[in-house]
Design a protein around this ligand. Structure first.
Ligand code: FAD
Ligand code: SF4
Length: 559
């Protein structure tokens, strides 16, 4: 069988490519190495009912994968540390039908105009490949609008004073706010900041045949039991409904087969453990920004920038304790409010940059977020006669509030994904090795904006506050791990017009190959401080429309 396209990975990027191409009449095979817990095996046009509010299942037992014993990654901070210092979870994103989209709490802001033109707007930084993208916001806007409608995004146009222009309203109004976020937003406003309702890929009203979110409180790190989250279930079910896509879960693509300038198909290991080859006119790689360079390297592709300039969002985490308040973090969509002020250049940020000897610093979107989950709290509450009482008081959950800043990570050549020389996965293939260390810019931005976030929590009434980061850095003390925990990964196959300074072209096509296209956040040139998913989905839609010769639809009923 020769398909029009084989897509590697069924996460938000791969699902988007499948939706656009099948709509254009292409035959598509989606190969996904993880299990299918998203779509009903008896009717793949409908979501299944495998998800639940179960912390042990999702967090301890790796229900959506990857199991770090079976599919580990290797990690080191720098080449000076030798082969690796850690093997296990590193920036892990679920490996399952739907990829990380099923697990995420789905805050899906658009980037702003300057995010695509950082070098022109702010200028270079020593040691980092800060460049403009080969496209601009203007060109991506119709794709943003299309994917917001297909996925279903709730939000309020005009709520964020810093947002880029948009051609239309959000498809849905925002859902109800979390109680803690009402208080932290009020405190942030009193401090002169501009919190707003986070654009979220969770239904605030019934939409696209799926119900409204009931604010169950188990959103980040869990699949949605009622499928109120649209990304990527909306895309996959629409693609399935065309009858032109075959989904193959538990199918690991080990190599893209290349002859001259063309890929002829892929080698894969199916559910039965047997290695086979499949031919396709086009190969679309959407394994995520760690697995995509791994596949390309396993396929023998060579480019000096392949796997380099890995960006993960340097996370600044500021936590406050409120002994006299119950903040009800157990209700809501994990994060309902955010603010962007840390990405805006003001006098204080300019002074902090100058003090650090840098031309500029940029933080990232700040998420207003609750404390831990019940089992997490129990594990951190000492056992014994006081345990029950301490759990009822719930100091680590009900009485905590936090800010998480997804800080812009600069593209350093030294932060990379390559193949581990010694660690192999259960199938026998070299695993991805992440080499990552935050630079001077990330630490300076975190220090400056962390202090501002601490004062907001104090304004909100916190008795004490603390400031940490992921990855931890040495001055944060005992227990800080250098392994990054961020689930935002980007930049390992950057796009550009010049094959000498980029791995893929402006349409995601690998330079030097006519029919291999990357459709995930590997192609990002810079990381912005916004979650990557809506932008990678808009880029995947753009790449797929380009392949099919179609255009984003100006208006479309979600179905
Ligand atoms: C808890 C959590 C919260 C998050 N919150 C947000 C958020 O609020 N906002 C935001 O923007 N982002 C968020 N993210 C990140 C978001 O999930 C990712 O940006 C998104 O999933 C990336 O989509 P993708 O399609 O590029 O890759 P993935 O979602 O990683 O999907 C890639 C798929 O490819 C498969 N694959 C890889 N290699 C192979 C192979 N060789 N053969 C076959 N299949 C393969 C993988 O199994 C996987 O299913 C969050 C992630 C998590 C885990
Ligand atoms: S909070 Fe809403 S969207 Fe999130 S898992 Fe619960 S019901 Fe689904």
């Amino acid at each position: 069988m020769t398909a029009d396209a084989v897509i590697i990975g069924s996460g938000p990027g791969g699902a988007t490519a499948a939706e656009v191409l099948t709509r254009a009449g292409w035959s598509v095979v989606v190969m996904e190495k993880g299990r299918n817990h998203l779509l009903d095996p008896d009717d793949l046009t409908r979501p299944s009912g495998d998800y639940s509010n179960d912390e042990i299942k999702f967090i301890s037992r790796h229900f959506l994968g990857p199991d770090p014993l079976i599919e580990p990654r290797a990690f080191r901070r720098s080449a000076d540390e030798g082969e690796h210092t850690h093997v296990g979870e590193v920036n892990s994103i679920p490996t399952t039908v739907g990829g990380g989209g099923t697990h995420a709490d789905g805050k899906v802001p658009r980037f702003r105009e300057e995010d695509f033109r950082l070098r022109s707007v702010l200028g270079p930084q020593d040691g980092a490949l800060v460049d403009d993208w080969p496209l601009d916001y203007e060109g991506l806007e119709p794709y943003y609008a299309e994917v917001e409608r297909v996925v279903g995004v709730a939000g309020r146009a005009g709520a964020n004073p810093f947002a880029a222009w948009r051609s239309g309203p959000f498809p849905m109004p925002p859902g109800p706010p979390m109680y803690g976020a009402v208080l932290s937003s009020a405190a942030a406003e009193r401090m002169g900041l501009h919190p707003y309702e986070a654009p979220t890929a969770a239904n605030s009203v019934a939409y696209d045949g799926r119900p409204a979110c009931n604010n169950c409180g188990f959103c980040a790190f869990f699949g949605c039991p009622i499928h109120a989250k649209g990304d990527p279930v909306a895309l996959l079910t629409r693609a399935m409904a065309t009858g032109r896509v075959e989904l193959r879960p538990e199918t690991y693509v080990s190599r893209i087969v290349v002859e001259g300038r063309k890929a002829t198909g892929v080698e894969y290991i199916g559910r039965d453990g047997v290695a086979r080859t499949m031919s396709a006119r086009v190969v679309i790689v959407a394994g995520g920004a760690v697995e995509t360079p791994r596949i390309l390297l396993l396929s023998g592709l060579e480019h000096p920038l392949l796997g380099r300039t890995l960006m993960v969002h340097f996370q600044t985490i500021v936590v406050g304790h409120f002994p006299d308040k119950r903040l009800h973090p157990h209700k809501g969509r994990a994060v309902t409010h955010v603010h962007d002020d840390a990405m805006i250049q003001d006098d204080a940020a300019r002074r902090a940059a100058a003090d650090a000897g840098l031309p500029w610093i940029r933080g990232g979107m700040v998420e207003h977020s609750g404390g831990g989950l019940p089992i997490m709290e129990a594990r951190h509450t000492p056992w014994g006669s006081r345990h029950g009482q301490a759990m009822r008081e719930s100091n680590l959950r009900e009485r905590m509030w936090a800010f998480i800043m997804q800080g812009e990570d600069l593209p350093y050549l030294t932060n990379t994904v390559d193949l581990s020389p010694s660690v192999r996965d259960a199938r026998g293939f070299p695993v991805a090795r992440v080499t990552y260390e935050p630079g001077h810019h990330e630490l300076a931005a975190s220090k400056h904006h962390g202090k501002i976030l601490q004062s907001v929590l104090e304004e909100m009434g916190a008795e004490w506050v603390m400031h940490t980061s992921s990855p931890g850095v040495s001055y944060h003390g005992v227990g800080a791990t250098p392994v990054p925990d961020s689930r935002h990964v980007m930049g390992t196959a950057r796009m550009g017009d010049d094959p000498a300074t980029s791995v893929v072209d402006r349409w995601g096509r690998v330079h030097g190959l006519d029919n291999v296209v990357v459709a995930d956040s590997s192609v990002f040139v810079t990381s912005s401080g916004y979650g990557p998913t809506l932008t990678l989905v808009a880029l995947a839609a753009r790449a797929a429309h380009h392949l099919a010769g179609t255009s984003p639809e100006a208006r479309r009923d979600p179905g």
